[in-house]
Design a protein around this ligand. Structure first.
Ligand code: WT7
Length: 677
């Protein structure tokens, strides 16, 4: 990628103007009980001791066979962690806890409707249900180690049951966020060559029971048109024994899990002994092209890393009730609703619905009633809760010892409300910076050791050694100067490759700052995270936003190219350009500029059609704030659309010098159109 193509996002411009804030210190009550209070961890996890320090995380797991080598670097940048080691993720999250904790709640499932009872699933029950479903997957669906399965399910207890059943068999799961459209689901089915799709009939969202099975039908049809046959669709029921969707079941293709599973009652499946480097799952994420990337995560490295992060950064103890409000369909949910908390034998909360349904007190009632003591959410949710119910938390009797923010930069103002009102001044906060690709945290304070600073993620977590490079590859050591944040060393949670596209993996994350493409020394392969960042004197990093064509809407990552390609599906559209616009709750949201093909008249119908198409191609989360039909795009002389100029217009900022454009006069026209609306 040429460095000239790299643009700073508007988030970056806003965030870089934040003031340095004062420290907040954890209470002695917190540090008195924290899992990690020994500052020597920083020394132990220094690069001099790399990679051996990561065995401390691996030791948190139960292995069938220990590894022969901590890190194999023979095939850079595809690192192999704990090579030769054998384990099973389902065994580590369930079986090994039964001896002492079988009666303990593993999962609290909270339905959105408050009149429905909360389901408390013990570790023993989880064990039984995962085994029975694994038997069904193996003997009825014919799945075996290494096969891929696409899972398109809402937040439900059945979702982790499904994931853990796959893990038990060594089947690679690919969970697609439930709110994604059938078409997005189909893309992932096709890319991963899944021949089994696991779905659910319906789920609640803002008080409405949504028909979800319909997505399965459409996804299977689209996949078929593209040559990928799905021969079985397994459908969980929101109300077991009752079908809650109007979409007919297709004979010999669709099966109700709750019917078929009866044949597997009492079955027990010996967990597959997986190699540490065998893939555990794929998680698709957005990048600079329209095609999502299937991030392939390993079994041993990933699980060791999330167990370590859950224990030392999330401070999870087995007796904690842990509520991460993310969706399991994102990496946060995989790592910090399912695998991390369950590996540590905690109780994890899964909430079906909207945090503010039916009112702004709902989240705090859940926290109070389940006695949640660790809480994890994103700035977008914090902003929404603050806006509609700033005084609500005080009305409820819950006690958080620890809170997390993740997914986007958090404004110091919002951080302070989170600290004083949600945390009641008593919770230690971690601002965790990481990505789908990284499996677990990259930057965060260690809560029992390092003070918090609003607006800063903190130093690299123990073991992670960040570095900031300028566009020419020189290290930026001066504080406050923004550059491209990279990680100097590999770490066990890092993804192994992009499914089926190793070249794109190397190109997107390593090519930019690789010192020698023939080197087998990890020191020559810094990982490019794709974010701009600054470091301050104290070594804390402030993340400023993406440097590539990725935008962050309510903590959800969307590729501008994905939205543009969806718009171009509409036949009247000739060109499309997406820019991000600052929004007080969502952080940013997309604005879409479209130019029509010659001879086509602009109309409200076209605007509606584009909006509908984006929702059906990707999902509602990608719906633009505004769709602007413009007579032409501002372009360079070589014909490139100047998204920077459009971005400035959408954000009411100065467009800068546009005289070098091929068509500078269009800028004024578009500006009048946008700013007078
Ligand atoms: C991008 C990754 C990691 C789970 C959720 C998102 C942004 C993430 C922070 C944070 C500022 C953050 C970055 C990153 N981001 N956490 N604490 N402060 N920005 O995962 O969808 O892969 O998105 O989210 O821009 O690159 P993702």
């Amino acid at each position: 990628m040429s460095t000239k193509d790299v643009k700073k996002t508007t988030e970056a411009q806003i965030a870089v103007h934040w003031q340095e804030e004062d420290y907040y210190y954890p209470s002695s009550q917190f540090t008195g009980q924290a899992n990690l209070t020994d500052p020597s961890i920083r020394k132990r996890f220094s690069l001099d001791n790399f990679p051996d320090y990561y065995t401390e995380f691996a030791e948190l797991l139960t292995w069938y066979k220990y590894w022969d080598e901590v890190l194999d670097t023979s095939d850079p940048p595809c690192w192999k962690w704990f090579k030769g080691g054998k384990l099973n993720a389902s065994f580590n999250c369930i079986d090994r806890h039964l001896n002492k904790n079988k009666n303990k709640t593993a999962i609290h499932f909270v339905p959105e409707l408050e009149e429905e009872r909360v389901d408390h699933i013990t570790y023993q029950e989880l064990y039984v249900r995962v085994n029975e479903f694994a038997a069904l997957l193996r003997d009825f669906a014919g799945l075996k180690k290494g096969d891929r399965v696409t899972i398109h399910m809402p937040m439900s207890a059945e979702l982790p049951i499904t994931m853990l059943a796959c893990a038990r068999l060594g089947v690679i799961h690919s969970v697609v966020f439930g709110g994604f459209s059938a078409s997005a689901c189909a893309d992932r089915i096709i890319d991963s060559n899944s021949r089994v799709l696991i779905s659910m009939d319906a789920y609640y969202r803002s008080g409405k029971l949504l028909n979800h099975k319909q997505n399965a039908d459409e996804a299977v049809q689209i996949s078929k048109n593209e040559g990928q046959i799905v021969d079985k669709v397994l459908v969980w029921q929101r109300y077991p024994g009752k079908y809650s969707s109007e979409t007919p079941m297709v004979e010999n293709r669709d099966f109700f899990v709750n019917d078929v599973i009866k044949n597997y009652y009492g079955e027990r499946i010996e967990p597959e002994h997986m190699l540490a480097e065998d893939p555990l799952f794929l998680m698709y994420t957005s990048g600079t092209t329209g095609k999502p990337k299937g991030c392939q995560h390993s079994t041993g490295g990933y699980l060791a890393y999330v167990a370590g992060m859950s224990k030392y950064i999330q401070d999870i103890h087995p007796e904690d009730v842990y509520w991460c409000m993310a969706d399991i369909g994102w990496i946060t949910g995989h790592s910090f609703i399912v695998y991390g908390p369950l590996a540590l034998c905690a109780s994890t909360v899964i909430y079906e619905g909207v945090p503010t349904y039916p009112d702004a007190g709902r989240s705090w009632r859940i926290a109070q009633d389940l006695d949640v003591n660790i809480f994890h959410t994103a700035p977008t949710a914090i902003r929404a809760l603050r806006k509609i119910g700033p005084d609500e938390p005080a009305k409820y009797n819950y006690h958080f010892k620890h809170m997390t923010t993740v997914g986007e930069p958090i404004e110091p103002e919002v951080w302070k409300w989170y600290e004083s009102v949600v945390g009641k001044g008593k919770a230690t906060i971690v601002d965790t910076w990481w990505q789908t690709e990284t499996g677990g945290f990259l930057c965060s304070t260690v809560p029992g050791i390092e003070p918090m600073k609003p607006g800063s993620a903190g130093p690299g977590v123990p073991g992670i050694h960040p570095i900031i490079y300028d566009d020419d590859g020189n290290e930026i050591t001066q504080s406050g100067i923004a550059g491209n944040i990279c990680i100097q060393n590999p770490w066990p949670g890092g993804f192994q490759t992009i499914w089926g596209d190793r070249d794109r993996y190397v190109e997107s994350y390593y090519a930019r700052y690789c010192k020698d493409p023939n080197s087998k020394d990890w020191r020559d392969w810094p990982y490019l995270a794709g974010d701009a960042a600054t470091r301050s004197e104290d070594g804390y990093y402030r993340i400023l936003g993406r440097i590539d064509d990725v935008i962050n809407v309510s903590g959800h990552r969307l590729g501008t190219k994905e939205i543009e390609s969806a718009a171009l599906v509409v036949e009247e559209i000739a060109e499309a350009a997406v820019v991000s616009v600052a929004h007080d709750i969502k952080g940013t949201e997309p604005d879409l500029y479209v130019a029509l093909k010659p001879g086509i008249e602009s109309s409200d119908e076209i605007v509606q059609k584009v909006s509908d198409t984006i929702c059906s191609q990707i999902g509602k989360i990608a719906k633009p704030r505004k769709i602007w039909l413009v007579p032409d795009m501002p372009k360079t002389r070589s014909g490139k659309i100047m998204r920077r100029v459009l971005g400035s217009i959408s954000n009411s900022q100065d467009v800068g010098d546009v005289m070098t454009l091929a068509n500078p006069e269009i800028v004024e026209t578009i500006k009048n159109m946008v700013q007078n609306t």
